[in-house]
Structures are given as structure tokens and as C-alpha cells.
Design a binder for this molecule. Structure first.
Ligand code: LLP
Length: 430
């Protein structure tokens, strides 16, 4: 099929969601068909897009020793996880819940890393019982707890220390994690001592070094600044007889939401391996924990216009998705592309696209030129990452359904929540 009109250049970054004859498709499935059949709000993912994103990592890696552990907090739908497990991914988890998801899709525990600043004892136990590759530990208190838990189970936990290298990832402050004012990691200056303590704990086996400096990085130079600091520490550790087997650089590669240039995994890896060689640390295996860059542009959120409201200062399109479905605009002032499934000819107006939730922060897109009528369905783009995983039930709104498109087919991979689901577990007093 041919496009009825030229594809807007911004769409070039989203090749799996394209117009054909003036209808937006996901792969070979017209999205208006899905909206009609399954209702909105609806998350739609493209299997081919997931595979293509994985391929950018796989081809960048080539024969180099890199373990990709998908940062599943970006999108933890079982169908998405299964796809990555089939492709050979490991997983970066941050909770006992995420561990359960990974195991549910048959993930290889030997490729699971357990990150996060607040692991509880039961989560450590579950991960040790599963036999995970290791724990990224963020404080001395956590080292102690992990050692106790492991010892109690007659095991030794493999650990990396997550250090905070104090570099500025130059991204939104809420998703910047490598500065000393952030809660994450052990300050790099205190790391050597923390390794010394870890070495004395009987339930631990030191295996690596970890950092994660932030998310949605569109400039990769902050990784390089962090890397040099990490390699200095690796040298110091060698000096005290602690020899590591891997280096984990976390996630964080950005994607194109609007006009950003998406940094390539290859550019990152080429530099990292060149530096590892140059500094005599070529034996280190590399671990990466990408989330957003594997799923962000593999999903859209469909929503239907309920009302048009023409106010004195603004025109509002009130839609059936809200901040409880896609929190990123409200929380980070994030910009998501917005496309009508069937663009209308005619004059456009500037709209704020807002949800029904009783908060002024409940907006999804602002000041967009659109030709709209009530009942039109819109696609919010780049919603594959941190969309559904951050969804909630504010205003007693059921969470959306999720669908995976595969060529000309689709699969409902999560049912829409029902109102009964929402009331389950609650009770009144006798
Ligand atoms: N590893 C660790 C330890 C992390 O904390 C994160 C993300 C990742 C990996 C994956 O990072 P990614 O490749 O996706 O950038 N909700 C925010 C993003 C929060 C990221 C939290 N940590 C957003 O919607 O922009």
C-alpha cells in the first residue's frame, strides 16, 4: 500500500506506526480497527519494533562480551518480556514483583541483575533462591543485610556496588541519578571503603561495579565521564586485590520523542571498549540495562476525544486517557507526539489535550494544531516506555488494555481492568 500523503518527517523515527491511505497503522493493522474493537484508552505495541530495537543493540555488540539486561521497569508486560527473553536478553529488576514477572516468562536467572536502592529481605531471599546473576548494592547497610540473608540460606550473594560518579547526565532532574544530591549509589569517594567492608562479609562474593547516571540521555558524553571515574576505581580495587569480572553501565540511552537525535548503542560501545583496552581492563564483561531505548518507540496510546471545549484562553480536547494512563506529561512536562488515526482536512485549531481527572496537571499534550471532531481517535506516540508501567487508578479509573501487533495480527496481552478489579480487596467496617 502507498501513503496517501507524504509521511511527516517526525514520523521517520517511528517506522512501525505509519499512515496508509490516511489511516494510521501499527505494522499491518489499522489502529482505528483496534480502537473500535477493543475500546480506548488502549496501549498498542509493535512486535517488529521491539525486535528492531533489540537488533540495534545486538548488531552494535557483535562478538564483544556484553550482557544486555532489559530494564523492565520501562515496560513489564509479560508479552514484551517474553519477546526479549526469546531474543536472549537478561533482565534488570528492581523488585520482587519484577522478579516474579521475569521468572514467569522463563527468563534465565543467571542473566538477571537486581538493582534498586531499597531491597527488602524477602526480595533478596527470592532472588537468591532463583539464582540471579547478582545484586547491584547501593549502601553499606544493604551490604550487611544481603550478607545476612545469604548466609542464612547457606549461600553467597554475588554483588556489584552501584557507585554514584557525580556526573551530570544533562537530562530532566527527576530522571537524573548520578549526581551527589541524588539518593542513588555509593558516593564514588566512599566506594573503595565500601568494597573493603564487602570483602569482609561472609555472605558476599564481589563480582562487579555498577552505575546508572540517568535516563533519556541524548548526549553520551556523560557516560564517558562516568566511565573514566569507574576505571580509576577499578584500578584502585586491583591495587587492593579485588579483581572484578564485570562493569555495569546501567541504562539511559535516549529516544526520539520530538526532534532528539537518538544516540546509537554502537557509538557508546565502541568508545567503552576502546577505553577498556587502553586502560588494560579488556577482561571486563560489560553489562547494559537499557529500558526506554528498547521499547519507547514501540508503543502508542490510543485515546478518543470525548468533548471539545472552546474556552476563552484555550481550546481543550477532553479525551478518555488521562494522567493515570500516561503520567509523563504531568510528572516531567514530557512531550509526546500526537496523531489523529484519521487526519481530517480543514482548518486546525490549537488544542490542549487533557484527560478527565480532576487535576490541572492532567494534560497529555499542549498547544497542538489539530483539526478535530468529537469521537476522533488520537495516538500518543513514544508511549511504549514508562506508559503502562507508571499507570495507576486515580479517580477509580481502570487501567487500559494492552495489545501487541505482529504483522497483520494482534494479540490482547493485557485485558482492560474492570471496575470489579478495582474494588477487589477492599471492605467496609462491620
Ligand atoms: N537501570 C537502572 C538502575 C535504572 O534506574 C533505570 C531507570 C534503567 C536501568 C533503565 O533506564 P532507561 O534505559 O530506560 O533510561 N519514568 C521516567 C524514567 C525513569 C527511569 C528510572 N530508571 C520517564 O518516564 O522518563
Amino acid at each position: 500500500m502507498t501513503a496517501a500523503f507524504p509521511v511527516p518527517p517526525e514520523l521517520a523515527g517511528h517506522p512501525f506506526f505509519q499512515y496508509r491511505n490516511n489511516v494510521l497503522y501499527a505494522e499491518d493493522v489499522p489502529l482505528d480497527h483496534l480502537a473500535e474493537k477493543l475500546g480506548t484508552p488502549l496501549y498498542v505495541y509493535s512486535r517488529a519494533a521491539l525486535k528492531a530495537a533489540w537488533e540495534t543493540y545486538r548488531s552494535a555488540i557483535g562478538q564483544r562480551p556484553v550482557q544486555v539486561c532489559y530494564g523492565m521497569k520501562a515496560n513489564s508486560n509479560l508479552a514484551v518480556l517474553k519477546e526479549f527473553a526469546r531474543l536472549g536478553a537478561g533482565f534488570d529488576i528492581v523488585s520482587g514483583g519484577e522478579l516474579k514477572r521475569a521468572l514467569a516468562v522463563g527468563a534465565d536467572p543467571a542473566r538477571i541483575v537486581f538493582s534498586g536502592v531499597g531491597k527488602q529481605a524477602w526480595e533478596m531471599r527470592a532472588a537468591l533462591a532463583a539464582g540471579v546473576m547478582g545484586f547491584n548494592v547501593e549502601s553499606e547497610a544493604e551490604l550487611q543485610r544481603l550478607s545476612d540473608v545469604a548466609q542464612d540460606m547457606g549461600l553467597r550473594a554475588r554483588v556489584s556496588l552501584r557507585v554514584n560518579p557525580d556526573v551530570d547526565a544533562q537530562t530532566h532532574p527527576y530522571i537524573s541519578t548520578g549526581l551527589k544530591e541524588n539518593k542513588f549509589g555509593i558516593p564514588i569517594g566512599a566506594a573503595l571503603d565500601a568494597y573493603r567492608s564487602a570483602r569482609l562479609l561472609p555472605g558476599l562474593e564481589i563480582t562487579g561495579l555498577d552505575c546508572h547516571i540517568g535516563s533519556q540521555l541524548t548526549d553520551i558524553s556523560p557516560y564517558f565521564d562516568a566511565l573514566e571515574k569507574l576505571l580509576d576505581l577499578v584500578d584502585d580495587l586491583d591495587g587492593i586485590g579485588i579483581r572484578l569480572s564485570h562493569l555495569d553501565l546501567g541504562g539511559g540511552l535516549g529516544i526520539r520523542y520530538r526532534d532528539e537525535v537518538q544516540p546509537s548503542p554502537k557509538a557508546l560501545l565502541d568508545h567503552v571498549f576502546q577505553r577498556l583496552q587502553a586502560r588494560g581492563q579488556g577482561h571486563l564483561q560489560l553489562v547494559l540495562e537499557p529500558g526506554r531505548s528498547l521499547v519507547g518507540n514501540a508503543g502508542v496510546l490510543l485515546t478518543t476525544v470525548q468533548y471539545l471545549k472552546h474556552g476563552e484562553a484555550r481550546n481543550f480536547a477532553i479525551v478518555d486517557a488521562a494522567m493515570n494512563d500516561l503520567l509523563r506529561p504531568a510528572l516531567y512536562d514530557a512531550w509526546h507526539g500526537l496523531r489523529p488515526l484519521r487526519p481530517r482536512a480543514g482548518d486546525t485549531l490549537e488544542y490542549d489535550v487533557v484527560g478527565p481527572v480532576c487535576e490541572s496537571a492532567d494534560w497529555l499534550a499542549r498547544q497542538r494544531a489539530l483539526a478535530l471532531e468529537q469521537g476522533d481517535v488520537l495516538a500518543l506516540e513514544s508511549a511504549g516506555a514508562y506508559g503502562m508501567t507508571m499507570a495507576g487508578n486515580y479517580n477509580t479509573r481502570p487501567r487500559a488494555a494492552e495489545v501487541m501487533v505482529d504483522g497483520g495480527h494482534y494479540h490482547v496481552v493485557r485485558q482492560r481492568e474492570t471496575l470489579d478489579d478495582l474494588l477487589r480487596g477492599e471492605s467496609t467496617l462491620p
